[in-house]
Design a protein around this ligand. Structure first.
Ligand code: HEM
Length: 372
């Protein structure tokens, strides 16, 4: 983010389609924009700062991440109760069990293993599948489409095909959720709300993608970061009580939703003395905001015992991450279990050979070969 920060808190930016817009890099303005309803999140108004492929179809009912109030409110409210700290805490034993199973599998396989495929991706995938009531056995199908969707080099047609494939897959499950409801979220929405099958499968799509790609990349990139910062790793190993703070600091320092948080002014807005005209897009650089020197002292340095409170890795305002408590629990259990079970965990290849996800909408590592 250093180069980006040099542009100042608010600067002009040409978006991928050539339209003139804005870039926000400061922590203060990030929060201001994300909390102001005059900056719309609506999908059909969205432009991308780097990606040519922007879905130009009208936002589907239920895709609440790209809807404004009151539509957004209606859908989000139906889910809020399901994602409370209390509900998420009830999942702890099961998430621990899943983590243990994957550690056992890694042991049986023996080093080296790819931590992405053997640990970081399966844990959140299995958890979100169980929450939603989607068979984990089908993961290859939706993980493939999900990667294609998030790949910055995918064409608009590939993006649309990926969305359609996952939504059709979920839609096909809906008759069963209505006739033989289980104790899962899709069944709950089918029987406990007046939403259509299309709306529920669209919400399911959002939760499925947001629920596994993000945490998976935090677990893998977080582990890579710990293994390449031995002093910080030693600090955490010497005091496991530091884990919750370490998770927040890794969220801040890594900020894997590295771009794509965009909004569009729906009326003229004066922002910090500058006029943003109605219709102009505005890109929020969350990684820059999370290292803003005005907000975080020595923000470019990883300090697991520092004070990362107030970071915006989960966004801010009405769209602030719905799954943040779940993500926190998955990371706490994931890092704790991994470090406890493998006291000699190390990279199995030189750090420079680890392939970074520069080509993906969610940052991370493609593979993480580890040994112990
Ligand atoms: C929204 C980050 C995990 C579900 C967001 C946003 C960010 C974010 C930055 C705001 C997007 C915007 O304003 O445009 C993350 C990170 C995660 C994570 C860094 C992991 C470490 C999860 C999980 C779930 C989830 C596990 C699953 C249930 C959602 C949903 C939204 C969202 C549904 C849209 C909320 C709304 O529009 O009201 N997330 N997320 N996220 N996240 Fe997450």
């Amino acid at each position: 983010p250093a180069g980006v920060q040099e542009r100042g808190p608010l600067s002009r930016l040409t978006f991928a389609d050539g339209s003139a817009g804005w870039l926000v890099t400061s922590h203060k303005l990030t929060r201001t924009v994300l909390a102001d309803a005059r900056f719309s999140a609506r999908g059909e108004l969205r432009k991308s700062p780097i990606r040519d492929a922007v879905n130009d179809e009208p936002t589907k009912p239920g895709m609440f991440i790209t809807q404004d109030a009151p539509d957004h409110t209606r859908y989000r409210r139906l889910l809020t109760g399901q994602f409370t700290v209390r509900r998420m805490n009830q999942l702890i034993p099961r998430i621990q069990e899943i983590a243990n199973e994957h550690i056992d599998r890694m042991r049986r396989h023996g080093p080296p293993v790819d931590l992405v495929q053997q640990f970081a991706l399966p844990i959140p995938s299995l958890v979100i599948c169980e929450i939603l009531g989607v068979p984990y056995a089908d993961r290859e199908q939706f993980q493939h489409d999900s990667s294609r969707l998030l790949n910055l080099n995918s064409s608009i047609d590939e993006v649309k095909a990926s969305i359609k494939a996952i939504e059709d897959y979920l839609l096909g499950m809906m008759p069963g959720k209505r006739s033989r409801p289980g104790d899962d979220m899709l069944s709950g929405l089918a029987t406990g709300s007046d939403l259509s099958d299309e709306e529920i499968s669209t919400m399911g799509f959002l939760l499925l993608i947001a629920g596994h790609e993000t945490t998976a990349n935090m677990l893998a990139l977080g582990t890579f970061t710990l293994l390449t910062n031995p002093d910080q790793l030693a600090l955490l190993r010497s005091d496991p009580g530091l884990t919750d703070n370490a998770v927040e600091e890794l969220l801040r320092y890594l900020t894997i939703v590295h771009f794509g948080t965009t909004r569009t002014a729906i009326e003229d807005v004066e922002l910090d003395g500058t006029l943003i005209k109605a219709g102009e897009p505005i890109a929020i650089h969350l990684p820059a905001a999370n290292r803003d020197p005005m907000r975080f002292v020595e923000g470019d340095r990883l300090a697991l015992n520092g004070t990362p409170t107030g970071h915006v890795a989960f966004g801010h305002g009405i769209h602030q991450c719905l799954g943040q408590q779940l993500a926190r629990i998955e990371m706490r259990i994931g890092f704790n279990t991994l470090l406890r079970e493998f006291p000699t965990l190390r990279l199995a290849v030189p750090a420079e050979q680890v392939p970074m996800r520069d080509d993906m909408a969610i940052y991370g590592v493609h593979e993480l070969p580890v040994a112990w």
